[in-house]
Design a protein around this ligand. Structure first.
Ligand SMILES: Cc1ncc(COP(=O)(O)O)c(C=O)c1O
Length: 269
């Protein structure tokens, strides 16, 4: 992110161009809604990302652009891009192959079923049918050669749930719960008393958000919160603490952040 809390297109471009310089192929993974920050770019930022990747491809480097859409659909503000960036990557350049990965786990609240999807989006100069068939066979071979087979029972359960007439309503009900929690997090964090201890990375989607701590080390705080208050968070690097608001009841959100603040004070005191 840049200083204004927007996706840092300039850094992304510099990074991609320098990686492409001495390589024939680069692989880029984009994960929106992002984990750990919970950020999804707005449409202009997404266009910028696509433009940069297409530019690298047009300059002669093969680009495999993987989009990890594990939390797709869980968007909590109007600005977040509401379609996968995958669709924008298709048809840009024959050297740019888009690969969309998603699954039932997060967006369909079906933990443990282990059902995922792989979708290719390529631009072909000549024979698209033959090339797609080859990709399909390669993918089937990779599945066979690694996990052997996905669980048919899980696939059948997911298929039937997708076909159920209650599907949309049940999904919407769960979405509302998560949206309520995400909005409560934003509301609580607007309290200026937290400013001395952290700033929140921009978030507008997904299951998680992330705090950037200002005064104490993240792993130390994580251990302290767990041992003293029974609060389990994830530390990342020196400053970042990931909060899974997806699993906190809305009425407990304030207490959680107050406890984290108390933990910071304990360590500083
Ligand atoms: C960004 C992201 N992608 C993919 C996955 C994997 O999803 P699944 O649990 O369906 O294997 C996860 C799971 O935590 C995730 O957070």
């Amino acid at each position: 992110m840049d200083c204004q809390g927007n996706f840092n297109l300039k850094s992304f471009e510099t990074c991609e161009q320098s990686e492409a310089e001495n390589r024939e192929k680069i692989i880029v993974i984009r994960n929106f809604p992002n984990i750990p920050t919970g950020y999804t770019p707005n449409p202009e930022e997404a266009d910028g990302i696509v433009h940069i990747l297409a530019g690298v491809a047009q300059a002669g480097t093969d680009v495999l652009a993987v989009t990890d859409d594990a939390y797709f659909g869980l968007f909590y503000d109007d600005n977040a891009l509401k379609e996968s960036i995958f669709t924008k990557l298709i048809g840009r350049d024959p050297r740019l192959l888009a690969l969309k990965l998603d699954g039932a786990t997060k967006e369909n609240f079906a933990w443990g079923l282990r059902v995922g999807f792989v979708t290719y989006g390529a631009t072909f100069i000549n024979d698209s049918k033959g090339a797609y068939e080859a990709l399909e066979k390669k993918t089937a071979g990779a599945v066979r050669g690694s996990i052997s087979n996905a669980s048919h029972l899980s696939q059948e359960l997911v298929l039937r749930s997708l076909q159920s007439e209650n599907y949309a309503a049940e999904k919407e009900e769960k979405f509302q719960i998560l949206e309520g929690r995400a909005r409560e997090v934003s509301r609580v964090l607007a309290d200026s008393k937290y400013q001395q201890a952290w700033e929140a990375y921009p978030f507008n989607s997904g299951y998680f958000m992330c705090l950037k701590l200002k005064t104490v080390e993240a792993e130390r705080l994580r251990v302290h919160l767990l041992e003293k208050y029974g609060v389990g968070l994830i530390s990342l690097g020196k400053t970042d603490l990931r909060v899974a608001f997806s699993c906190i009841d809305q009425e407990n959100v304030r207490e959680l952040f107050d406890t984290v603040l108390q933990g910071v004070k304990d360590l500083k005191g």
